[in-house]
Design a protein around this ligand. Sequence first.
Ligand SMILES: Cc1cc2nc3c(=O)[nH]c(=O)nc-3n(C[C@H](O)[C@H](O)[C@H](O)COP(=O)(O)OP(=O)(O)OC[C@H]3O[C@@H](n4cnc5c(N)ncnc54)[C@H](O)[C@@H]3O)c2cc1C
Length: 287
Amino acid sequence: MISAQFDYVRANTLDEALTLLAQNEDAKILAGGHSLIPAMKLRLAQPPLLVDIGRLKDLSYIREEGDQIRIGAMTTHYQIESSDLLKKICPLLPECAGHIGDVQVRNKGTIGGSVAHSDPAGDWPAAIIALNAEMIAASQNGERAIKADDFFVELMTTALEPGEILREVRIAKPAGRTGQAYVKMHHPASGFAVVGVAASLTIDGDGKCQNASIGITGVSSKAYRAATVEAALTGRALDEQALADAASHAADGVDINGDLFASEDYRRHLAEVYTKRAIQAAASRVK
Ligand SMILES: Cc1cc2nc3c(=O)[nH]c(=O)nc-3n(C[C@H](O)[C@H](O)[C@H](O)COP(=O)(O)OP(=O)(O)OC[C@H]3O[C@@H](n4cnc5c(N)ncnc54)[C@H](O)[C@@H]3O)c2cc1C
C-alpha cells in the first residue's frame, strides 16, 4: 500500500528536531524508518509530518563514561553487533543486536527507534530490561531519565511524552562475576521474536546466584521483567533443579498472546524453555 500524504523535514540538530516536535503535536520522529515506514504504508500510522533525525551523527555513538555504557539513540543495530568494546564489557548487547532481522535491517534500524517503538516482539526491550538500562529523554524543557521498568507501558506505548526524543540509552557496566545471554525463537516468516529472553546473572564466591535480571519479549503485549524467576534464582546454586524451578515461572502474572503461529499454551511453554536456556547460557559464561 501507499502511505497517506505527509510533510517531511530533515532536522540538522537535536534542538531543531525538538522545536519541530513542540510546534507540531502529531509529528513523528523518523530514525531508521524500518518500523515507521511499514506502519505508514499499512496506514496504521498517518503522521502529518515526519521529522527526520537520520543525519544527526552526534546521536550515533557507543562509549564508556565512568561506570556506565552510553549509547546514542541513532546507533544502528549493526554498530552495536560489531562493537568490540561491547563484546568485551557487555556482550548481551551485541548478541541481542545480531538476532534482529537481517543485515539490511541491522544496518538501518536504530536502538532508539526500536526502544521507542516498543514492538511486543522486538528484541531490544528484553535486553534493556535485563540490563536495567536508563533511557534519557530530551525535550524543550530539558532532559529526564526513565528506568527500563517504567519505560515500556503497553502495546507500542512507552513512557516518552509528546515532544520528547529518546536521546541516549545508559547501562551500568556489569560488575563482579557476571554472565549474560540472549536466546530467541525467531518467527520463521518475520524473524521477530516469538519468544526472546535476555538474562544477566551475577555469581558470588560460593557459586550461588547473587543477582538475576531477566527480560522477556514476544510473550505478551509488551516486554516484561520476569520477577518471580529472578527471585527463585537469587541465593541458589544454579543446578538443574534450580533452573527448572525458576524457569517454570517465566510467564507468571502476564497475559499471554496467542496467534495463528503460537497459541497461548505453546507460548507459555516456549517462555519456560527459552528462559531456562537463557539462564543456562548466562551461567556458563560467568567470568
Ligand atoms: C524486515 C524487517 C525485519 C525486522 N526484524 C526485526 C527483528 O527480528 N527484531 C526486532 O526487534 N526488530 C525487527 N525489525 C524492526 C527494526 O529493528 C526497526 O529498525 C526498529 O524496530 C525501529 O527502529 P528504526 O530506527 O527503524 O525506527 P523508525 O522506524 O524510524 O521509528 C520507529 C518509531 O519510533 C519513533 N522513534 C524513532 N526514533 C526515536 C527517538 N530517538 N525518540 C523518540 N521516538 C523515536 C518513531 O517516531 C516511530 O514511531 C524488523 C524490521 C523489518 C523491516
